[in-house]
Design a protein around this ligand. Structure first.
Ligand SMILES: [Zn+2]
Length: 223
């Protein structure tokens, strides 16, 4: 477990399991209520932390298996409703404790935590990022970016069309967030919106193939 952020209102912990996936647990300091983001395989550390947290919702960034393999274990323990983008929801066989609305722009409020859902299609059709707005002066905003945005580039895309859609989602909905926003992806290290804006402007300023897709980096040779 790594403590990602400790704020006045809430804190964020991260847990690595499965295919080096990051799961996150947000906890409201006042109420002890929490939100789980993503459920990779063998989420033992996550479950340990969730056992002392009153988890009220489980939010999924997208329906690739590595983000979902632990969902039954998590749901069995926390008995909470699940949110996933509508276009990705077919991957879930059942949601015995109900559904959370994560359509673009919808708010999920648990204790003093308010997350805003941001639809970012491209990596998958229903990919959804979750933005933790800062309600307090001094609090640092965070966005849970799933496999949509990483340090140095976008997530993987399956076709040139999907790549264009992914880039449009990132440009319109993520790079417009406050620049001090910390980006917490579904694998690996964090970055910031400011850092991503700088990398992206380099990508924009250089020539690139029309049929680009797959594992693309912002600053690599894409010509
Ligand atoms: Zn993925």
């Amino acid at each position: 477990m790594t403590k990602v952020y400790e704020g006045e209102l809430w804190n964020i912990q991260s847990f690595v399991s499965g295919f080096e996936n990051n799961a996150y647990l947000l906890t409201c300091n006042r109420t002890g209520q929490g939100i789980v983001i993503d459920t990779p395989d063998q989420p033992f550390e996550l479950l340990e932390a969730a056992a002392i947290t009153d988890v009220q919702a489980v939010l999924i960034t997208h329906n690739h298996m590595d983000h979902l393999q632990g969902i039954e274990d998590v749901i069995r323990q926390v008995q909470a409703p699940v949110g996933i983008g509508a276009e990705d929801a077919h991957a879930l066989t059942s949601r015995p404790f109900g559904e959370v609305d994560v359509a673009d722009g919808s708010m999920v409020s648990i204790g003093d935590i308010t997350l805003r859902s941001i639809a970012t299609p491209g990596h998958t059709p229903g990919s959804t990022c979750y933005m933790l707005p800062s309600e307090q002066p001094g609090a640092v905003p965070h966005v849970f970016s799933g496999d949509t945005l990483f340090p140095g580039g976008p997530g993987k895309s399956g076709s040139p069309q999907a790549f264009d859609q992914l880039v449009s989602s990132i440009e319109a909905s993520l790079l417009t967030l406050p620049e001090r926003t910390v980006v917490l992806p579904g694998h690996g290290q964090s970055t910031t919106i400011k850092e991503s804006q700088t990398e992206f402007s380099e990508f924009r300023s250089r020539p690139r193939r029309k049929d680009l897709f797959g594992d693309v980096t912002w600053t690599g040779d894409n010509s």
